[in-house]
Write a protein that binds this ligand. Structure first.
Ligand code: ADP
Length: 498
């Protein structure tokens, strides 16, 4: 069944892309799955089938790992000159830019997000990531090390070498951007990659594979195997010939990845869940703190691991802030991402809708009150109302667990000293924010927050140069910035007696 698309301006390449079953990219060729199986992806705005995609599993992962291993060991990628590798990444970015509208539309149809957002955030940030990492390809340097051991003289230095064959498993909330965060640094340093996109949203990763072939990446350097987590994902995480696995997704699956990786002790980096505190002090400029905090939770339908889902507000301004955030929630035009007026789309899937509604029911049945929202929107598609909860208790599930939807709990505080331990009282530590006009307080608070990112008087500011990752159960390692190079390189110490 073909989906009914509301947009009169559907890009012709998108229509063409969706019209045929999509194959997977293994060793530079577009192939069917070994089993011949396919799966369907859905348009979250309608619940209708959007595309048919080859369903990879263990056998396909096997082929892709073999191809990536060959491409690595033959030296055609790690030994290519760094400037040539950098130029290929830059070319991929240029192709992405030339096809920006097509990628934005594909992302909106597959994930549900507003097209206006995909155009200005998802695709441009992915382009930036490839360009930023293209620059690093020529700057992966070691050090010379003075040696103190007695007697002989030594010359010692370090090399940073690519870790090898890398498996990358990504989620559905920013499908193209997460692919870029993972692929760009790994490819820049000379690793070869098997990318497993989320089963809900494989389309932009597959289209990116086409652009990589067009750019001229050698066969086997960049493989894309769509499929389910329990089959394709688990096979990749457990594969004995994969040197490193990089994962973004839930903390629960992160633990499974770790267990699977234990077999050959492959390197692991994880970007997991969050329950980020967002603190508004009484001296904050509310004209920025209110819209900023609303965007901190509602951006991408709340499907952000760094979403500011616990909003701590000083009691002197609590009502004003809650009213302000609730007004933003009420004013959202919730609808299909393809509609020009939409500024909040549907959730990604029926499963995600059920999960978010389950949290809303749990919070409300335990005594929380929805100032605005609180339930599913009627009609087709996976739409939920943006929600502000008050009267929560610290032990409620809506306070402790990640909801991954447009649901914020507003919590009053009276003593600025006490808010920090409460804000830090979470198994997660991905992000946090603080709003105040007092620069000293802002930085003192930033220092005390146990989170990988702290925003001051802003939220959701991302940049290819700024490392991102979690404390505590929010993950291991940092993506983006030069920190990301460490995820994909080994340090070799070389010591010569002179
Ligand atoms: P969500 O629960 O929000 O869908 P997940 O953490 O389950 O997020 O999914 C993120 C990615 O992890 C997806 O690509 C998914 O296919 C993959 N995945 C899910 N389960 C496993 C697993 N057991 N092993 C490896 N990958 C998995």
């Amino acid at each position: 069944m073909a989906t009914t698309l509301a947009a009169p301006t559907l890009h012709r390449n998108v229509a063409e892309f969706l019209s045929k079953p999509r194959k997977m990219l293994v060793n530079g060729k577009w192939v069917d799955s070994v089993s011949g199986k396919t799966f369907e992806t859905y348009n979250p705005a309608t619940g209708e089938v959007l595309a048919t995609v080859a369903e990879g599993d263990r056998a396909d992962i096997e082929q892709a790992v073999k191809a990536a291993r060959r491409a690595f060991e033959s030296g055609k990628w790690p030994e290519m000159s760094p400037s040539k590798r950098g130029r290929l990444l830059w070319k991929l970015a240029d192709l992405l830019e030339a096809n920006l509208e097509e990628f934005a539309q594909l992302e909106t149809l597959d994930n549900g997000k507003p097209l206006t957002i995909a155009r200005v955030a998802d695709v441009p940030l992915a382009i930036d990531m490839f360009r930023y990492m293209a620059g690093w390809a020529t700057k992966v340097e070691g050090n010379t090390i003075p040696i103190s051991s007695g007697g002989a003289k030594y010359f010692a230095y370090t090399l940073r070498e690519p870790v090898g064959v890398v498996g990358q498993i990504i989620p559905w909330n920013f499908p193209l951007l997460m692919a870029a965060w993972k692929l760009a640094p790994a490819l820049a340093v000379g690793c070869t990659v098997i990318l497993k996109p989320a089963e809900q949203t494989p389309l932009t990763a597959l289209r990116l594979g086409e652009l990589a072939m067009e750019a001229g990446f050698p066969d086997g350097v960049f493989n894309v195997v769509p499929g389910f987590g329990e089959t394709a994902g688990a096979a990749l995480a457990a594969h004995p010939d994969v040197d490193k696995i990089a994962f973004t997704g839930s903390t629960e699956v992160g633990r499974l990845i770790l267990q699977a990786a234990a077999g050959n002790l492959k390197k692991v980096s994880l970007e997991l869940g969050g329950k980020s505190p967002n603190i508004i002090f009484p001296d904050a400029d509310l004209s920025v703190a209110i819209p900023g905090s609303a965007s901190g939770i509602f951006f991408n339908q709340g499907q952000c691991c760094c979403a500011g889902s616990r909003l701590f507000v000083h009691k002197s301004i609590f009502d004003e802030v809650v009213d302000g955030v609730a007004k933003v929630a009420k004013d959202f035009h919730v609808g299909p991402g393809f509609d020009a007026a939409t500024n909040m789309g549907p959730l990604v899937s029926q499963e995600q809708l059920d999960r978010v509604c389950g949290y809303l029911d749990s919070g409300i049945s335990e005594g929380a009150k929805a100032v605005v929202g609180g339930k599913k929107k009627s009609g087709a598609g996976y739409f939920v109302e943006p929600t502000v909860l008050v009267d929560t208790k610290p032990d409620m599930k809506v306070i402790k667990e990640e909801i991954f939807g447009p649901v914020v709990a507003a919590i009053p505080f009276s003593d600025p000293e006490e808010v920090l331990p409460t804000a830090n009282n979470s198994i997660y530590g991905l992000a946090a924010a603080v709003w105040t006009r007092d620069i000293g307080k802002a930085h003192r608070t930033a220092a005390k927050l146990r989170a990988g990112t702290v925003w001051i008087n802003c939220y959701n500011v991302f940049d290819a140069a700024l490392p991102f990752g979690g404390y505590k159960q929010s993950g291991w390692g940092r993506e983006m910035g030069h920190d990301a190079l460490e995820l994909y390189t080994e340090t070799k110490a070389v010591c010569a007696q002179l």
